[in-house]
Design a protein around this ligand. Structure first.
Ligand code: ASP
Length: 594
């Protein structure tokens, strides 16, 4: 990578360059002085090379190097030589050589950075990192993450293009396309009182591209949703967005699975994919077995339905939820019978935080009886419970009963994850992809007294469930699929409704009036009347995927310029007030809040 400033990068030189005259440019990573000798580790994103100035051999270069400190940008010229016996550095690809410098130029000095670039600091303040993101991103660890993300994006593009997808960009200034969050809006200067919405996703546009005949579209799409920032989602994120024509559920899943498998192998050749093909669970099965619609299937500890086993037991904690149509479910935590009071209380707290009314804990003693506050209610049922849960002496059985079967399963699902963590079962090296499909199409919104789409309002019902749209909407399953990886939702999509009357019926169930529909989805509704092919697609969260690949639990670690939890860009200082003239031009007036 020779340029006007260098002949090689700082990661390029090897023993085979011995004797060559070279010019390098980069940042001073570290400097060590030994009187008439000064050693510099010179760094760029390609690597680190050791260069040396020697007062005796090259007095001018040595003097020019004297002021250079960490993070100064310098250029050096000299001759590559093998390092003396016993001094090579096995850690560095360039560790067998060094450059004996005879010309040293400072290209730009640097202030002392507010944190170390050349070593990892524990507890480094995130706000400080974000404020000086250019320095944070210069840290080798962050550079590795950014490069990993770039490799991931590139592999995705390659795989999709090989599978016939074409990249089409869609605009950022659009009309609202709902994905269940608030829109960010942009006022129009030329049309007073009118606003664009920033896309929550290119959903309607990609469907319209199918109507336009593009067959297979993809885009690494920027999406913006004005919602409270969570660890795994910011106000702004990137999706691998795609849509396909003339497909059913299986076609989309197969294409995506092919791409995901290929990309995983290419980008992380050393991390095995746990199951190929990816297992497919229906939503109902995922909730029953894992208490989650994004199950971590790297480990077992599956939920067991104990409703029938305890139906006849005289214990209010069980009988009331069962009578109300709920369920009793348990998991077995192997070897945890000796958990302390404190550990058990923490588990109860965790279950409560996730919506459980309480947690029944039973330690299995050496003779197979139960120990715990609820044990006396279960006398005589021990053997059946042990068989059902697979528990034996030394294990801990955790049981949640809830009138709301799903809520109970979810609470227990969180306990399962916590036990997976505690028992070291969530092996970080493994990639466990799993499909979850056949979600309920609608959920009941008690507040608005209407049905709402569980995914997005364009998802198609499973064909045999169409008649239920009128009779029992809560039972309609959608042709909708989510891809989960190691317990994170990694992507989701659906086969769409491509016929206007059915879409109108679904919208009506969701409480949209005809005018409301026209207002929000007019373009798509119109397009569906001009020969819309059957189609479906998916969007995969690139940030989450990159975070999982980089083994970090926060997507900000794999985004170059993320916002804080409160949606602030600390480096650019956004959002910020705008000048009164700008407000004037935009026909806006700020109403001071209370
Ligand atoms: N637009 C959807 C989303 O952002 C994905 C899809 O259905 O393709 O979640």
């Amino acid at each position: 990578m020779s340029t006007a400033f260098r002949t090689h990068t700082c990661g390029e030189l090897r023993a085979s360059h011995d004797g060559e005259r070279v010019t390098l440019a980069g940042w001073v990573h570290r400097r060590r002085d030994h009187g008439h000798l000064a050693f510099f580790d010179l760094r760029d994103r390609h690597g680190i090379t050791q260069v040396i100035t020697n007062a005796e051999d090259a007095a001018d270069a040595h003097a020019a190097a004297e002021p250079a400190r960490n993070e100064w940008v310098v250029q050096v010229e000299g001759v590559v030589r093998a390092r003396p016996e016993g001094t090579s550095n096995k850690e560095l690809p360039t560790g067998g050589i060094e450059v004996a410098v005879d010309r040293f130029s400072v290209l730009n000095p640097s202030k002392v950075p507010p944190f170390y670039i050349n070593e990892e600091q524990a507890g480094l303040d995130e706000a400080l990192r974000l404020k000086h993101r250019y320095l944070d991103l210069r840290r080798p660890l962050m550079q590795q993450r950014m490069l990993l993300r770039a490799r991931l994006a590139s592999a995705i593009r390659q795989a999709l293009e090989d599978d016939g997808f074409v990249e089409i960009e869609t605009p950022l200034l659009i009309r609202s396309t709902p994905e269940g969050a608030r829109d960010f809006v942009v006022p129009s200067r030329v049309q007073p009182g009118h606003f664009y919405a920033l896309p929550q996703s290119p959903q309607q546009l990609k469907q319209i591209l199918m109507v336009a005949g593009y067959d297979r579209y993809y885009q690494l799409a920027h999406c913006m949703r004005d919602e409270d920032t969570r660890k795994d989602r910011g106000p702004e994120f990137t999706q691998v967005d795609l849509e396909m024509s003339f497909v059913g559920e299986d076609d989309v899943m197969a294409s995506v699975e092919g791409m995901v498998t290929r990309v995983s192998r290419e980008v992380l050749p050393n991390r095995p994919i746990l199951h190929e093909p990816f297992p497919r669970l229906t939503y109902a099965e995922a909730m029953d077995r894992y208490g989650s619609d994004k199950p971590d299937i790297r480990f077992g500890l599956e939920l067991v339905d104990l409703t029938d086993v305890v139906r006849a037991v005289d214990f209010r904690v069980f009988t009331e939820p069962i009578a109300a149509g709920g369920a009793v479910r348990g998991i077995c935590a192997p070897g945890c019978a000796d958990y302390s009071r404190k550990q058990l209380d923490e588990l109860t707290d965790l279950a409560r935080r996730h919506g459980a009314k309480g947690l029944v804990q039973l330690s299995v003693t050496a003779d197979g009886s139960f120990h715990g506050p609820a044990a006396k209610f279960l006398e005589g049922r021990e053997a059946d419970l042990l068989v059902a849960t697979g528990a034996s002496a030394g294990d801990l059985v955790l049981i949640v009963a809830d009138a709301d079967s799903i809520a109970g399963a979810e609470a227990l699902g969180h306990l399962r994850l916590a036990m997976g963590d505690a028992l070291g079962l969530r092996r970080p090296g493994v990639l466990a992809y799993v499909w979850v499909h056949r979600f309920p199409m609608f959920t009941w919104e008690a507040e608005g007294q209407r049905w709402d789409a569980t995914h997005n309002p364009f998802s198609a019902p499973v064909p045999e469930d169409v008649p239920l749209m009128e009779s029992d909407p809560g039972k309609v399953r959608a042709q909708q699929y989510d891809l989960a990886l190691n317990g994170w939702e990694c992507g989701g999509g659906s086969v769409r409704i491509h016929q206007r009357p059915l879409l109108e019926q679904a919208f009506a169930l969701m409480g949209h009036s005809l005018e409301g529909m026209r207002d929000q989805f007019g373009a798509l509704l119109d397009a569906l009347e001009y020969g819309a092919p059957p189609h479906g697609g998916i969007a995969i969260g690139l940030d989450r995927w990159a975070a999982l690949f980089a083994e970090v639990d926060n997507i900000r670690e794999v985004m170059a310029f993320p916002k804080t939890q409160s949606g602030t860009d600390l480096m650019m200082d956004a959002p910020s007030p705008i000048a009164p003239e700008q407000l004037e031009e935009l026909h806006l007036r700020i109403v001071e809040g209370d």
